[in-house]
Design a protein around this ligand. Sequence first.
Ligand code: UDX
Length: 433
Amino acid sequence: MKISVIGCGYLGAVHAAAMAKLGHDVIGVDTDPLKVERLSRGEAPFFEPGLPELLREGVASGRLRFTTEIADAGDARVHFLAVGTPQMADSDAADLRFVDAAVASLVPVIPDDAVVVGKSTVPVGTAASIAERIRAAGSGAEVAWNPEFLREGFAVADTLTPDRIVYGVPDGGRAVEVLDEVYAGPLATGIPRLVTDYATAELVKTAANAFLATKISFINAMAEIAEVVGADVTQLADAIGHDARIGRRFLNAGIGFGGGCLPKDIRAFSARAEELGRAESVAFLREVDAINLRRRERVVELATQVLGGSVYRKRIVVLGLTFKPDSDDVRDSPGLDIAARLHGLGALVAATDPQGIENARVRHPQLPYEADLDAALSDADLVILTTEWAEYRGLDPEHVGELVAGPTIIDGRNVLDPEAWRSAGFEYVGLGR
Ligand code: UDX
């Protein structure tokens, strides 16, 4: 089937490559000519394990092309909307300008039997309003909402082997049949598929992210209590996680969540609930956000404490600037925020990351970056682990001990073995441990 994917960022580029892998004839559309040029060469414009291979394979097969011209996508039967829905600059609401622009450009070029399939995370009510706009423009194209649950770092696997597939569709339309045809084969075999109305499909995505964010902030709230009473939040998480109703995943306390999804999605949900006159229903999400942001402040407090009352002119290595490992994404990254706060307080920061320095530099050009790990660690008064990259989890405490000036480490992700670091002479500080 001929398919277009509008918006080739973290979501769209992976989706386009995955659809080509399924055997479809795919055209990816993006307004950024540089991105289109790189993707057309089969190069990933960002770091995502497995994506370069998938792109190269798709481009080489001739089934995957990219363009800046929406008109090139006019003859596709299905159009996936995969543009970003960032937070507004001046409020918590989602900025829908890219969705609006994509729909506006699409309507004049598509035939009446086309299906426009939203994948972006949007405020509930968006699909219905897009369907209304398309109808008002005199087009017979149908709208469906098919949320995407991919995680960065696992995007390829999550797209090709999803946990579930959700279609939000209008009554009596053709979208279900068309989407079944798109996903037919191993991707959909044995996978739960739920067909809902628009609002439910939109809410599935919003609710899933709100739940995950709440789970993380719950365990971080327990970390705050554990710190006061001397309990260990990692053991607490292990113990409650054995209850299958709770589950151990997403119970890792530390410096909290970041990224391009969870933080802005819970804020957009609060803003949308307020518009709907139901602010109180999700008032707890404000608390979830506040707990999350307190974790960053807590690390700065701990750094100040262990350095004897001030970070001023102290050498602090920040290990990890991306919001999670196996990604180069620094959007709303707690590690980068902590590095910037410490720098703002006069600390001599050495910020390092295996993949994120280039993107971090765009956001915080004033920060001192050091790509070489040993050079970053040299003469440090304090080491702070902020992203649990494999190379940081696997650091040899003896080796680090030889490089640093002061053997103190704050483990912002609770992933290191406290005993190993203590026996190498380090003061080990976990979060809620
Ligand atoms: C998230 C959702 O998981 C995904 O389903 C959705 O499609 C997009 O948003 P992603 O942003 O890629 O995916 O990252 P995720 O793995 O969910 O991690 C989000 C943040 O939470 C990271 O900063 C991570 O470090 C943090 N986190 C995660 C914790 O602090 N503790 C945990 O236990 C788990």
